[in-house]
Ligand binder design. Structure first.
Ligand code: GTP
Ligand code: MG
Length: 563
C-alpha cells in the first residue's frame, strides 16, 4: 500500500508569501472601481510585489505559472450525431460485342461495382470526437459503372471511422432501401405468391415485366417509341452483399471499450446493377437493358465518449486543476486566478515511459501490455448545486462520471479542506442518485417501447389475415444497456494542492486524519453511501506551481487503475 509522501518544500513547511499571488496581468481583470477608488495603494502594492518577487514578472512566467493568455485551446467534443452512408452500387452496362465480320455481336455489358463499406475502429491515442462532430455526414464511395467487354465496375472506396477507446455508438435511425424492398416482398401474402409462382416463371420467360425508371437502364441510342414496344423481364429480386452478415444487428448499440486491432463493419455497401448479359433469354438474344445499382444504406448514429480519461480532476473553481495538469503533462491548459478559467475539458497525457531509460513507473495493463502513458482530464470547476445544473453543472459531472480514477483537487489555502471535500462528494453523489433514477426510467421506457422487428410487422399491419402467422423467434434478446460504474464505486484520492502557501499544514493534517478515519470506517464516506470505495483513501500534498510532490501521483494512479 502506498503511504502518502511527506512533501519537501524547502527547509520548513513553507514560509513563502506567494500565497495570495497577484499577477500584474490581473489588473485588467479587476473592476474599474477598484482601480479608481484606491489607485495609489493598488499601484504601490503591485510595484513592491514585482520588485520583491521577480519570478512573477511577465518575462519570468513559466510553464506552470503562465500569463492568462498563454494557452492552447484543444478542440473537444464528447458526443456527436453523425450520418453514415454506405456506398451505392454502380450501374450495370448495356453493351454489345463489336468486331469485324460480326454484325450483331452478343451482349457484353459488365456489372456495376459494389459501393464502399463503412467501418469503425476504436484506437488508443484519440481523445475526442470533435473531428467527427464537424463532419456530420460520412459517405463511402459509390461503385463505378460496369463497362463493355464484360468489364465489371470498380468497388467504391471504403471509409474508416476512428474513435477513441470508450466510445458508445447508438443508432438513432436507419434507412436501408434493400431491406425495405425485402420487407415489402415479405408483406405480400405467401399464399398469393405460391399461387402465382408458376405464372411468374412464365412471365419471366416471355418478358412481361414493366419498365421502371428507377430500376432499369436502357440502351442509350433508343428512341421512346422503341421503349414502349420493348418487353422487360421480371425485375431481379433485391440483392444484399454477403458482407451484410458481418454487420452488427439492428438497432446498433456498441460499447467500444477496448483498443481494436482490426476495424469492424458498420454498414456494407450496396450491390452494383446487372449488365445486359444477365437478361439474355431464348426470345431476346440482344437485351437492351441493364439494372441500376442499389442505393446505399443510411445510418444516423449518436457517438458518445463513455471513458474520457484514466484520471479525472475534480475540484472547486480556482483550485489549481489546470496547473496540476500542466505540471504532470505537456498540456497548455489555460490557467488564471479567477473561477471558471476552464470551460471545456482538457485531456493531457502523462508519459510513463519515453523510451529514454527506465520508465517512470512500469506497469502492465490487464491485457499484459506495458503501459506507456495514462490520460488525465482537467474538467471545469464544480460549485455547490452543480447537480441542479448550476455553474457548468451537469455537463461537467458527466465528464467526472467518465474517468476511471478520480482525484479530488483541494486548495489547502482556501479554507477547511475537509468541508471542501465533503461539498464535492455531496454534489457528485447527488448527481449519481439523479442519474440512477433517470437510468431506471429509461430502462422502463425501453422495455415498454421496444418490440422486436418481426413482432412489430404483425402488430402494426392491419391486414393481418393475408400475412399469415409470423414465425416467432424466441431467441431475440432485448437491447443491452450501457454498463456504467457508479461514481462512488470508483477509486479516488485527494490532491492537496497549494501546499507552498503559508500556514496550510494544519489544514492538511486534519484532512489526512479525516481520510484515515474514512478508510478505517470511523467516519462515514463523504458521499454518505455505504458501499462507496474507501480502501486506500489518502491525500497527496503538492505544489503544482512548483511541480513539487507530483511525482507520487503516477504510481498511485497506476495502482488505483488496477482496483
Ligand atoms: N501558490 C500556488 N498557487 C497555485 C498552485 N496551483 C495553482 N495556483 C494558482 O491558482 C490559480 C488557479 O489555478 P488554475 O489551475 O487555473 O485553477 P483551476 O482549478 O483550473 O480553475 P478553473 O479552471 O477556474 O476551475 C492560478 O492563479 C494558479 O497560478 C499552487 O500549487 N500554489
Ligand atoms: Mg482550470
Amino acid at each position: 500500500m502506498l503511504a502518502p509522501r511527506p512533501l519537501c518544500l524547502g527547509s520548513s513547511w513553507t514560509t513563502c508569501l506567494r500565497a495570495t499571488r497577484f499577477k500584474p496581468s490581473l489588473a485588467s481583470h479587476l473592476p474599474r472601481g477598484l482601480l479608481g477608488s484606491a489607485p495609489c495603494t493598488f499601484r504601490a502594492a503591485t510595484a513592491s510585489y514585482i520588485t520583491t518577487s521577480p519570478a512573477l514578472s511577465p518575462q519570468n512566467s513559466t510553464h506552470l505559472d503562465p500569463p492568462p493568455d498563454d494557452y492552447a485551446l484543444t478542440p473537444f467534443a464528447d458526443r456527436c450525431i453523425l450520418v453514415a452512408e454506405a456506398g451505392a452500387g454502380g450501374h450495370g452496362c448495356v453493351s454489345f460485342l463489336r468486331e469485324k465480320y460480326i454484325e450483331e455481336g452478343p451482349a457484353n455489358g459488365g456489372d456495376g461495382g459494389s459501393g464502399g463499406n463503412i467501418y469503425i475502429q476504436a484506437i488508443r491515442g484519440e481523445t475526442s470526437l470533435h473531428k467527427l462532430a464537424r463532419r456530420r455526414l460520412i459517405k463511402a464511395g459509390r461503385g463505378r459503372n460496369g463497362q463493355g467487354k464484360v468489364r465489371g465496375g470498380e468497388r467504391g472506396a471504403d471509409i474508416l471511422i476512428t474513435v477513441p477507446v470508450g466510445t458508445i455508438v447508438r443508432e438513432i435511425q436507419r434507412h436501408d432501401p434493400i431491406q425495405d424492398e425485402l420487407d415489402e416482398l415479405e408483406r405480400t401474402s405467401r399464399y398469393t405468391r405460391h399461387q402465382h409462382r408458376d405464372k411468374d416463371k412464365k412471365d419471366e420467360e416471355e418478358g412481361t415485366g414493366s419498365y421502371r425508371r428507377d430500376k432499369w437502364l436502357v440502351f442509350p441510342g433508343m428512341v421512346p417509341s422503341e421503349l414502349n414496344r420493348m418487353s422487360f423481364p421480371k425485375l431481379p429480386p433485391p440483392r444484399k452483399s454477403h458482407l451484410t452478415a458481418l454487420q452488427p444487428p439492428s438497432p446498433i448499440w456498441l460499447d467500444l471499450d477496448k483498443h481494436m486491432e482490426t476495424p469492424m463493419l458498420l454498414a456494407a455497401g450496396s450491390m452494383g446493377g446487372l449488365g445486359n448479359p444477365h437478361f439474355v433469354t431464348h426470345n431476346q438474344s440482344r437485351p437492351k437493358m441493364a439494372t441500376r445499382g442499389d442505393a446505399g444504406m443510411k445510418l444516423s448514429l449518436q457517438l458518445e465518449l463513455k471513458i474520457l480519461a484514466d484520471l479525472g480532476l475534480v475540484g472547486l473553481p480556482n483550485a489549481g486543476k489546470s496547473t496540476l495538469l500542466r505540471a504532470m503533462s505537456n498540456s497548455r491548459a489555460r490557467v488564471g486566478n479567477w473561477a471558471f478559467t476552464t470551460l471545456q475539458p482538457n485531456v493531457g497525457t502523462v508519459v510513463l515511459d519515453n523510451h529514454k531509460g527506465r520508465p517512470v513507473v512500469s506497469k502492465r495493463t490487464r491485457d499484459g501490455e506495458l503501459r506507456e502513458n495514462f490520460t488525465v482530464a482537467d474538467v471545469p470547476g464544480l460549485i455547490e448545486g452543480a447537480h441542479l445544473d448550476k455553474g457548468l453543472g451537469l455537463g461537467f459531472l458527466r465528464h467526472v462520471e467518465r474517468a476511471a480514477v478520480l482525484a479530488f483537487v483541494i486548495d489547502l489555502s482556501a479554507g477547511d479542506a475537509v468541508q471542501a471535500l465533503k461539498l464535492l462528494w455531496k454534489e457528485v453523489s447527488e448527481y449519481e442518485s439523479q442519474r440512477s433514477k433517470e437510468f431506471n426510467a429509461e430502462t422502463q421506457r425501453r422495455l415498454v417501447s421496444y418490440v422486436p422487428p418481426h413482432l412489430r410487422t404483425a402488430e402494426s399491419d392491419s391486414d393481418e389475415d393475408s400475412i399469415g402467422t409470423p414465425e416467432l423467434d424466441i431467441s431475440v434478446e432485448p437491447l443491452p444497456f450501457i454498463p456504467t460504474t457508479p461514481i462512488s464505486a470508483k477509486p479516488w484520492f485527494v490532491v492537496a494542492t497549494k501546499a507552498d502557501v503559508d500556514a496550510t499544514q494544519q489544514n492538511y493534517t486534519s484532512l489526512q486524519k479525516y481520510l484515515d478515519d474514512v478508510r478505517t470506517g470511523v467516519q462515514p464516506h463523504p458521499s454518505g453511501l455505504k458501499n462507496a470505495w474507501r480502501h486506500k483513501t489518502q491525500a497527496v500534498p503538492i505544489s503544482a506551481i512548483r511541480a513539487e510532490g507530483i511525482d507520487a501521483i503516477p504510481q498511485l494512479v497506476m495502482d488505483l487503475l488496477e482496483e
